[in-house]
Ligand binder design. Structure first.
Ligand code: ZN
Length: 392
């Protein structure tokens, strides 16, 4: 893996990340392919959209179809037919959010937890060894340890893999957060030593900085993790918007020029643009396809998208029923060139599969295109102007 920063402007970094035979221009948006697929899209769509890198979910893939199956196919690219670099997470977040977080009702991604009865989740337990949980599919018992997380991610074979960390919720107090952070550091060390011994496929390993909402802990975690021999870093934790910016501000002095930084699971376009201003290089977010399936369509600022409306319209709204105008007249994706708001409104009402396909394709195009615009702005020293255009 190679990484270099080509340019900096107002805190934002323009970079180039080399992974195997692939080159990724950063800042880059990393769409979520939870089960080695982007919901509603095929590998052909992913190529057409020029998506640079995807993130798959270790927890789900290890339960279904199983990491061994993916290994037999020769890794996630060959298994999925998606010839793009992949990341996988450690599997810890789901084990926590579907387990511990679910019981306490304070998971970061509540929508993943909502429909799951808390009874089965209450089995999830964490100790220094790892996290014990029950499968959401067949309730079988599993334990995820640092070694196990590495082993599974080696089998899945993504280009970038993550060390196992403990995701303490924002409601955790200082002591609980400190304990979680220290456990994260011990696990980071174990992951690193196991990875060094077993890494046959030249996978890059990222360590995760934790420390919750406490400046002292965040700085300590940043020092400890950036001093370990990781190929890059992830910033973990769940926070409210202003808390996130404050945290990213604390971490800025610790960012390395030679190593990329991934912000795990951001929520909105506003967060994305702002966190680029804090030097973040890559981001994953499930939102474009998830909201797309719910009938939310991203619109550009020229079409009235702003912070207040979260840059989106609800296409199922009755006012669009007779609207012959393009989905977004200022988007040049193939769906917007072909389809009207009225037709897409009809597809959603009729529950046609193509509704989800069109919405997901457009929303991902929108994000990929926004990232292109951001990279161009950094290159031309116009990141501040871009922020003004998008954030007002
Ligand atoms: Zn479009």
């Amino acid at each position: 893996m190679g990484f270099r920063i080509l340019k900096k402007n107002k805190g934002a970094r323009l970079g180039e990340l080399k992974l195997g035979g692939y080159t990724i221009q950063t800042p880059a948006f990393v769409p979520v392919a939870t089960k080695a697929a982007i919901k509603g899209l095929t590998a052909f769509d992913i190529e057409e959209l020029a998506i640079q890198i995807l993130i798959a979910n270790t927890y789900h893939l290890n339960l279904r179809p199983g990491a061994d199956v993916i290994e037999e196919f020769g890794g996630i690219q060959k298994f999925s037919g998606i010839d793009k670099p992949f990341m996988t997470d450690s599997g810890g977040f789901q084990a926590f959010s579907l387990g511990k977080g679910a019981i306490l009702g304070r998971s970061k991604f509540e929508y993943e937890v909502e429909n799951k009865p808390t009874k089965e989740a209450s089995i999830a337990k964490i100790n220094d060894e790892g996290v014990k949980f029950r499968s959401i599919y067949d309730k079988s018992e599993h334990i995820l340890t640092p070694e196990k997380s590495m082993e599974i991610q080696h089998k899945i074979g993504a280009n970038i893999i993550f060390a196992l960390d403990e995701c303490t919720p924002p409601s955790a107090d200082y002591e609980e957060t400190k304990q979680g952070m220290e456990r994260t550091h011990r696990w980071a060390k174990e992951c690193l030593s196991f990875h060094k011994k077993q890494n046959k496929n030249n996978q890059a390993l990222f360590g995760i900085i934790q420390g919750g909402l406490f400046k002292e802990l965040r700085e300590e975690s940043a020092k400890v993790i950036t001093n370990m021999a990781f190929d890059g870093f992830g910033i973990g934790g769940s926070f409210g918007r202003n808390q996130m910016y404050e945290t990213l501000g604390w971490l800025q002095p610790f960012l390395s020029k030679e190593k990329p930084v991934h912000l795990l699971g951001i929520g909105t376009i506003e967060d994305l643009i702002n966190s680029i201003g804090y030097g973040m290089d890559t981001f994953d977010c499930v939102s474009p396809t998830m909201i797309g399936r719910a009938g939310y369509i991203h619109i550009r600022p020229e079409s009235g998208g702003n912070k207040g409306n979260k840059y989106r319209i609800r296409i199922t709204n009755a006012k669009f029923r007779n609207d012959p105008s393009p989905i977004d007249k200022n988007c040049d994706c193939k769906m917007c060139k072909r389809y009207s708001k009225g037709y897409l409104n009809h597809l959603f009402k009729a529950r046609e599969f193509s509704a989800y396909v069109i919405a997901s394709y457009h929303n991902l195009y929108y994000m990929i295109n926004l990232m292109r615009e951001i990279r161009k702005a950094i290159e031309n020293n116009r990141f501040k102007e871009l922020k003004e255009k998008w954030l007002g």
